[in-house]
Design a protein around this ligand. Structure first.
Ligand SMILES: Cc1cc2nc3c(=O)[nH]c(=O)nc-3n(C[C@H](O)[C@H](O)[C@H](O)COP(=O)(O)OP(=O)(O)OC[C@H]3O[C@@H](n4cnc5c(N)ncnc54)[C@H](O)[C@@H]3O)c2cc1C
Length: 438
């Protein structure tokens, strides 16, 4: 099979592409239902099951349906009723966007021929190739794609494991109810108070995300609570992404509001007094304590036996994203052990979703996979409600090293924040949501 970087020009099987033109054939997939009572799996066609309808999984499911047509029987399992985007969710914390602005229905994806089941996958039996769901009947698969995002190690921070502590300290590192809860805390905070954000050690989901969040909260404080402060308590030794641009914003746009403190590895929290304790630094007491707990691959990856690195991330064969541990199970997105300089980002998960969809279809059809995939990434960070900066990179598969390496000279960072980049950032979000979900 020949494919472009994204496998776009040549779906793995020309025959399958007839479906793209054949709306009449869509009923073969069924008008998928977002309920556990969705039409059962077919027999005869190879069965593809995708777990997780976020940036990676929704893309993989959509492109497998687009390119695979009726030659595969595809199912997406997603526990939430609608997609809620982490990108732009920091603007919800600041109040310039609402949670509705970052929420997209799965209904169009279902109309595209993807059977969407709203349910939680509770375990994977890799031997019998079955996925057990919380409510609906188990699903059999010939190939399984896991894109479950992240789950948190609440037990790695003393004081964080109880339900009460978790409710008092919303992480908002999975968008949705958590985002709304944190926004409420920020709104309720007294003027003159302190919002502290604790960043785990890298690698973590979205390297620039915490620094963008600091800017967004500071922007809100300038307007609503001008005597308040934002403390960034970084578990790393330095700013992890877009350093010069963020530092400039903290010094110039948010002078006296944002303070950055490196080497703050969180060990304990006291949810009653909103106090954070660290390996070496002094304790910090805040009015809103936003702890992003250490995290790793989504829990379902554990039951599938594909978590291989530090009990945290999943190693994959980067040509196909097939697990190095369990054949026929592909993992992508934030759950994987990334290649050098590859960010855990929505854009990257979307790109990986297309490579995986093409690879899985090729493997199901006993065809060869694209030997030279290329991925790109652009990540916008909003400094205020309309101005943004970006970082971009291109990652090419290196056959000798069996991993993705960044392409020298490709990509880069903004020279300065601008409203034009803000417009690009909003357009990026609209485009990628359409690409995944429409
Ligand atoms: C505040 C913030 C800002 C960000 N900003 C950006 C940005 O500007 N640009 C960018 O590119 N990235 C950004 N990111 C990162 C981006 O959100 C993630 O990298 C991306 O979501 C990863 O995609 P994924 O498919 O791995 O996981 P997700 O998108 O989280 O999708 C995982 C899905 O799996 C579902 N799921 C999990 N387990 C199960 C199960 N057992 N059964 C059924 N369903 C399950 C979940 O409900 C979820 O829908 C940001 C992240 C945060 C937190």
């Amino acid at each position: 099979m020949r494919t472009s970087a994204l496998g776009r020009e040549t779906g793995p099987n020309t025959r399958r592409r007839t479906l793209l033109r054949g709306a009449a054939l869509l009923p073969l997939y069924g008008i998928a239902a977002c309920t556990p009572t969705a039409r059962p799996q077919r027999t005869g066609s190879p069965r593809l099951v995708v777990i997780g309808g976020g940036y990676g999984g929704a893309t993989a499911a959509r492109y497998a349906a687009l390119w695979g047509g009726d030659s595969i029987d595809g199912t997406l399992v997603e526990r939430d009723a609608a997609f809620v985007s982490c990108p732009l969710s920091n603007l919800v914390l600041a109040g310039s966007k609402s949670i509705a602005d970052v929420t997209v229905s799965y209904s169009s994806l279902a109309r595209r021929g993807v059977r969407v089941i709203q349910d939680t996958a509770v375990s994977v039996d890799a031997q019998r190739r079955r996925v057990v769901l919380a409510r609906g009947p188990a699903l059999s698969y010939d190939r399984l794609i896991l894109s479950p995002g992240i789950d948190f190690f609440f037990d790695r921070v003393n004081g964080l494991a109880s339900e009460g502590a978790r409710a008092a300290l919303p992480h908002a590192w999975q968008a949705g109810a958590q985002t709304v809860a944190l926004r409420r805390q920020i709104e309720a905070m007294p003027d003159g108070g302190v919002f502290a954000i604790s960043i785990p050690r890298a690698p973590y989901r979205c390297p620039p995300g915490p620094y963008e969040r600091a800017c967004q909260v500071a922007w809100y404080f300038q307007r609503a609570k001008p005597r308040s402060k934002v403390l960034i308590l970084d578990g790393n030794e330095d700013v992890q992404s877009k350093k010069a641009l963020f530092v400039k914003a903290w010094n110039e746009e948010f002078t006296g509001i944002i303070e950055y403190r490196p080497d703050h590895v969180l060990t304990d929290v006291d949810a009653a007094t909103l106090t954070a304790r660290f390996e070496t630094a002094d304790d910090v007491k805040a009015d809103v304590l936003n702890v992003i707990p250490p995290h790793g691959a989504g829990a379902i990856a554990r039951t599938a036996g594909v978590v291989t690195v530090n009990d945290q991330w999943c190693e994959v064969d980067f040509l196909t994203f097939e697990s190095v541990k369990a054949p026929r199970i592909h993992v992508l997105g934030d759950s994987i052990q990334v290649a050098p300089l590859m960010p855990k980002s929505g854009h990257m998960a979307n790109q990986q979703g297309k490579v995986v969809a093409a690879a899985v279809l090729a493997m199901l059809a006993d065809q060869s996979v694209n030997p030279a995939p290329v991925l790109n990434n652009t990540c916008y960070s909003f400094i205020n409600d309309r101005e943004a900066v970006h970082i971009a990179s291109v990652h090419r598969y290196d056959d000798a090293q069996k991993t993705f390496l960044t392409v020298p000279g490709a990509g880069g960072v903004s020279l300065a924040k601008s409203a034009r980049e803000g417009d690009y950032g909003f357009a990026w979000a609209r485009s990628i949501w359409a690409d995944m979900l429409s």
